[in-house]
Design a protein around this ligand. Sequence first.
Ligand code: NAD
Ligand code: KPL
Length: 306
Amino acid sequence: MIAILGAGSLGRLWAALLPAGRVAFIPRPDNKASASSLAYRFQSISGAISTVRVPWLAVGEQPELILTTTKAGDTTEAMAGVIDRFSSDTPVILFQNGLGSQQAVAARWPDRPILAASTTEGANRPEPKLLVHAGTGHSWVGPMTDSACHHLNTVVALLSTSGLTVHPDANILQRLWQKLVINAGINPYTALLDCPNGEILASSLYQDTIDDLCRELAELMQASGHHEESAPATLRQQIEKVARSTAKNTSSMRADVRQGRTTEIHYINGYLVNLGKELGIETPVNQMLTERVTLLSSHQQEQTDG
Ligand code: NAD
Ligand code: KPL
């Protein structure tokens, strides 16, 4: 059995695609719901719609793998609420965007096999009971703790039973950094400008700050040992390539702001600000983007709350 912690968009995607009968959601410790399963409609990449019913993991049941698909800011607390129920050698894969939450989990449970994933799959919920597989891509998984190394091939094989393309990556931090660069250079701009990914490129906010942002990213990458492809001009090209190839997409951060949800800014540009403080590197653009998105998101939450 593969157990999933976090029954949101990404959790429901894996639950719909992994073989039925081999997957269950982990209930929150305070879950009083009497239903034994969670049902929703699933729109596959081809547009076909089916109904999926995923059981809640029964008390005492031991999964062979745990996927954690909570938002970055919820992950440590979500894990702490349930992890003691599970065998200490059960591998856990963290699917969060950004950086910081993966290191926090690995530091808190250093003896457990903790892995991290970076995925370009896209899933969203236009309605609470409808999960849409909006874009398909690749997922990479790699170890965050020593004991995770010998689980790598087994967990990749288990995830591949979903039919999605999954690769092992012994240097998952490098891969997470590559995604962090893209998210740091696209997500906050789309949230602040309230526009799809492609439209940031012509804005004065983006044009006036992107070169300085890429210089900050390059300096941070080099100082933390991620030298590959870290020239500022290359980083800008990478960001713009993704902004163009996902031009019509609403980024996850813009979607979070619009729906009054907490964004992952503290694990994207905010992570870079904190790293800069540790390393003695100035990060004014990351700081400005973090502060402005935090302010925007708290205003939006006040309006949503009434
Ligand atoms: P989401 O908000 O749809 O899902 C998160 C789920 O976790 C929610 O259902 C929430 O109720 C649940 N949760 C929160 N605290 C919990 C707890 N203590 N115990 C159990 N469940 C708890 O978010 P998402 O879009 O699925 O994204 C999850 C993570 O995956 C994020 O870090 C995101 O950046 C990353 N990601 C998502 C996608 C995607 O396409 N959705 C793609 C790549 C990466
Ligand atoms: O990962 C993304 C996100 O929205 O979080 C990008 C690559 C910006 C695609 O929308």
